[in-house]
Design a binder for this molecule. Structure first.
Ligand SMILES: [Zn+2]
Length: 253
């Protein structure tokens, strides 16, 4: 038996109506999208002066991961446990938000997990190939630096660790919080934690740089039905590949 989940609308019906009305109001975030000539990736920088890095940045993400240099990278020491996060459809992806308490230590830096979310196909490529999906685990350290762990996802065995999320995907346009959602975070990662490391940016506006990217080399699997369930909500939400501009990609031994 599955536990009883309590679905709670985080926005009242009135707030949702206002959100629909306020697309062009002064305080609304500019509308951006993953495709098209109206707010698609090529126009992101034109939508708001704050999005300038999307066009002018030189260390942008995602990238095609190739030519990585084998390096003595610090191990990723995950201090993840069972948690009760909230799940949101933010209009661009499905995002799972966390209270403080989940972290990853990389060398002398400790990052707290803020949220993870999905893209399909995977935003990053490895040797020119996208995975079916990727989960980006977004962390921040005390100095305010972001550290994003990418978990590539290929079709295969259905994944029980992700099932609680796929059982409660909010519909497009909905902002729903699922209370008492229990996740076994360690089980959501591959057993092997070897990774690629490189500098990059947020892959959504404002495309801010200074993000430490760590993409796990070993993919996990989701069932074809789980991938299909996500794609019914977001069929394609990946920013195009960005130029490497001489950045070095490191790869753990
Ligand atoms: Zn992402």
């Amino acid at each position: 038996m599955s536990p009883t989940y309590v679905l709670r609308k985080t926005f009242t019906a009135t707030a949702l109506m206002l959100a629909a009305w306020s697309v062009h109001s002064a305080d609304a975030a500019p509308h951006w999208a993953y495709a098209g000539d109206h707010g698609g990736p090529k126009q992101w920088a034109e939508l708001d002066p704050k999005f300038e890095a999307c066009a002018k940045g030189t260390r942008q993400s995602p990238i095609d991961i190739r030519g990585a240099v084998k390096s003595e990278l610090p191990a990723l020491e995950f201090a993840y446990g069972s948690t009760e996060p909230t799940i949101v459809n933010n209009g661009h992806t499905i995002q799972v938000n966390f209270a403080p308490g989940q972290s990853v230590k990389v060398g002398d830096k400790t990052y707290e997990l803020l949220q993870f979310h999905f893209h399909t196909p995977s935003e990053e490529q490895v040797a020119g190939k996208h995975a079916a999906m990727v989960a980006h685990f977004v962390h921040r350290n005390a100095a305010g630096e972001l550290g994003v762990v990418g978990v590539l996802i290929q079709p295969g065995k259905s994944n029980a660790a992700y099932a609680p999320i796929f059982a409660h995907l909010p519909r497009a346009g909905e902002k729903i919080t699922v209370d008492d959602l229990k996740l076994d975070l360690p089980a959501m990662l591959p057993t092997e934690k070897g990774y690629y490391a490189f500098e990059g940016s947020l892959t959504t506006p404002p495309c801010s740089e200074g993000v430490n990217w760590m993409v796990l080399k070993k993919p996990i699997t989701l069932g074809a039905d789980q991938i299909k369930t996500f794609r019914r909500i977001y069929n394609a939400n990946a920013r195009p590949i960005q130029a490497l501009n001489g950045r070095i990609i490191k790869e753990s031994m």
